[in-house]
Structures are given as C-alpha cells and as structure tokens.
Design a protein around this ligand. Sequence first.
Ligand code: FA5
Length: 347
Amino acid sequence: MSGADLADEARALVADGVARIGAAPTSDDVRAVESELLGKRSRLSELKAGMRDLDPDDRKVLGAALHETRATLEAAVADRVAELAAVERRAQLAAERLDLTESLGRASAGHVHLVTQTWERLEDVFVGMGFTVATGPEVETDWFNFEALNLPPSHPARSLWDTLYLDTSELEGVGPQQLLLRTHTSPVQVRTMLRAVRDGSGPPIYVVCPGRTYRQDTADATHLPVFHQIEMLVIDRGITMGDLSGTIETFTKAYFGQELTSRLRPSYFPFTEPSAEVDISQPDGSWLEVGGCGMVHPNVLRACGLDPEEWSGFAFGFGIERLAKIRHHLTDIRDLITNDMRFLEQF
Ligand code: FA5
C-alpha cells in the first residue's frame, strides 16, 4: 500500500475512535478505550511501526496523518476524562452531603448544670421572700474582703480563710497581698452598704448576693477550691437575732420542704456579733453545716458609713454546693466538677 492509502486508513480511525471515547461511561472505560486505540498493540502503533518499510515521501505523508490522528484521539480522551471527572465529583458531593439542619431537631440539647440550677432556684426563693439580688467582683481588694469586715491586716482570724493572692509585682502602686480571689461573698455586703449610702437608696437593705468564691482548700466530699456562696444582708431599724433565725428557718422550709429544719450553733466571725454556724438537717437525720451568720458587727456598719446606733442588721453566707448536696442527696460534691455525664444527666 502506498503512503497515501495508509494515511487515509489512519485518518479513518478518528471518527470511530472519537465516538467510542465519547460513549465510554466511566473514566476507567475511557482509559481502556485509549489503550486499545493508542496503546502498543493498537492499529495506530502498527501503522507507525510499518513506516520504516516506506520510502521517505510516503513516510512523511503517513507520519503527518498518524500525528494528526493521535493528537485528535488524545484530545478526545482528555475531554471525556475531564467531563466524567466533573460528573463523578458532583455525584460524590451529592452522596457525602450532610444535612446539618437535622441536628437542630435533636432531643438532647443539654441542660443547665446542677450548680447553676441551684443558684437560680435559690435566687427565686429569696426574691419570693422580698429580697433583691446584688453581685460583686471575684477579684477583690484586701480592704473589701477583709479589712472593712473588721479584719485588720494582722488579725489572727484571717487564717480562717486560705486565701489565693494575685501576683501584683508588675502593678504600679499595688502592694503585695492587696489583690485576691474573694474567699467569700461577704465583701458584697460592704459594696452594697457603701453604694446604698452613696446613692441614697438605703438602708433599709434586703439583698442576697450569689457568686463564685475561691480558697486554697483541698477538695473532699464537702469542699472544693472553687465553690459558690449566697450571702444575705438585711439592714434596717430594730433588727434582732430572732429575725435572723426566723428568716433562715423560713428559707429552709421554702427551699427544702416542710420536713427539713435548721439550727444555729454559737460560733465566731469577726464581722458579726453574735455569730453562729447554720446546720440543716439531712434526710438521714444528721446535720450538715451550710453556712455562717450573725448580727452585723458595729465596726462593719461604721466602715460602710452607717451609724450603729440607728441601724442594725444580720447577714449570712451559705455554700451553694452544700445546699445542692442536701437537696439532691449527693454523697460527694466533687461529682459536681468531674463532668461525668452519667452523674450530670440525673438533674
Ligand atoms: C464564711 O465564708 C462567712 N463569710 C459566712 C458568713 C457570712 C458569716 C455572713 C457571717 C455572716 P465559712 O468559711 O464558714 O464562712 O463558709 C461558709 C460556708 O461556705 C460553709 O458553711 C460551707 O457551706 C461553704 N464553704 C466553705 N468552704 C467551702 C469549700 N471549700 N467548698 C465548698 N463549700 C465551702
């Protein structure tokens, strides 16, 4: 055969080849057709191998036709592969699509932690008894946490609270041990009285102050280094210890139910005189100390700009985790902070 005839045969491979490539359903099928049309055993390769038997002119004619045919078929393969890749990618995306709106309808959306539930419930009970809610900062100065509460710097009772001090070495004008993480919510008493005197809104003062408190305490069944207290402060004319014990008993019944009761044990706090510990009966008949209380000390009233001859009052501070322990029959308040879902989901 002449070079021209062979060149015609080569060009004739194009139409059929392009049709087969275009009809291949997957990229694997395209590769198989490509190997048949362009591989070592293809008709195109045979024609190329036969070129060596042709004279130079025929070889040129056939060479040009082979080049053209190969280029056309290769371009058809590339187009079809790209086309199938796009189709396959669209199918993959459709298959892997996640319907994120599904999670909105899930039943387990989580719930408020037991400590927060207890905090909110306590606020509700006290608001129901006519109190308003006040708050204060967790980082306090020595003056608010101790000194204004009748605890001057060298007072031995400071050792009752294992205080966590802030490093103030880089703060200009702030001495060592001047800033601390409040050890109790009692500094909010001082802030509340000062504010009431300053803006003329009181006394009378009837507030509760819930919040987080910190001590260098080792965690055990009834202690945590970071815990919560709720403080109550009442300042009015003619307030007595009877008002204090009556208020605590009213709270005990309102929060725990009629079957539980409270008792006061004589104690000592520098900011109250007389002072007492508050115990609440547990369902098993034993008593758990939940807080301290007493009549606001005249020195505290004076530090806050109130005349002890005119005003008197009482205060108490309860541990919120301890109240939760009694109400929910917890055996160990460390369970409140270990994030075990089996424990937390019960409440
Ligand atoms: C006080 O903190 C006083 N400020 C209470 C007070 C207020 C007395 C007003 C008089 C007038 P005390 O250190 O006892 O007192 O702590 C009060 C309560 O906080 C404790 O009875 C307990 O319920 C809780 N509490 C104390 N330390 C911890 C702790 N490490 N972990 C959990 N609860 C604690």
